[in-house]
Design a protein around this ligand. Structure first.
Ligand SMILES: [Zn+2]
Length: 129
């Protein structure tokens, strides 16, 4: 009788620990995705802030730099990318869409930097697990 109880207890422990690990993993994943997703893009030209756009609003903006510099910024479905650019290397236009906090697209010839950030909205993320 005692032997069976011990086995049952051990099995319950294993289930409990497994459930706990699952909860921790899910919570961790939620935190990662909530924190990782930016909601704002900041465009700087030659180190100066040119404009700030919300990722929540679809738009197309032409960023004019210098004499004939142009980077066309597209924001769609919460992602931002450079559609066309006047620069010779085209690295910025080839960059994949950005949407995670801290991601950026850099256009060295035009001195344009587009960075995803998270605008302060109360500082407390609402997390419901
Ligand atoms: Zn470029």
């Amino acid at each position: 009788m005692e032997h069976i109880d011990k086995t049952r207890l051990r099995r319950n422990d294993v289930i409990f620990i497994a459930a706990l690990l699952a909860v921790v993993a899910i919570a961790g994943a939620c935190l990662y995705f909530l924190r990782g997703e930016g909601n704002t893009v900041t465009v700087t030209v030659d180190g100066e802030v040119y404009a700030t756009y919300s990722l929540a609003v679809d738009r197309v903006e032409d960023i004019h730099t210098g004499k004939d510099g142009l980077n066309r910024l597209v924001i769609k479905d919460g992602k931002a990318w450079v559609e066309t650019a006047s620069c010779p290397d085209g690295i910025c236009a080839a960059h994949k869409p950005i949407h995670r906090e801290g991601e950026s697209i850099v256009c060295l010839p035009n001195k344009v930097v587009i960075t995803v950030s998270t605008a302060d909205s109360g500082n407390q993320p609402d997390i419901v697990v």
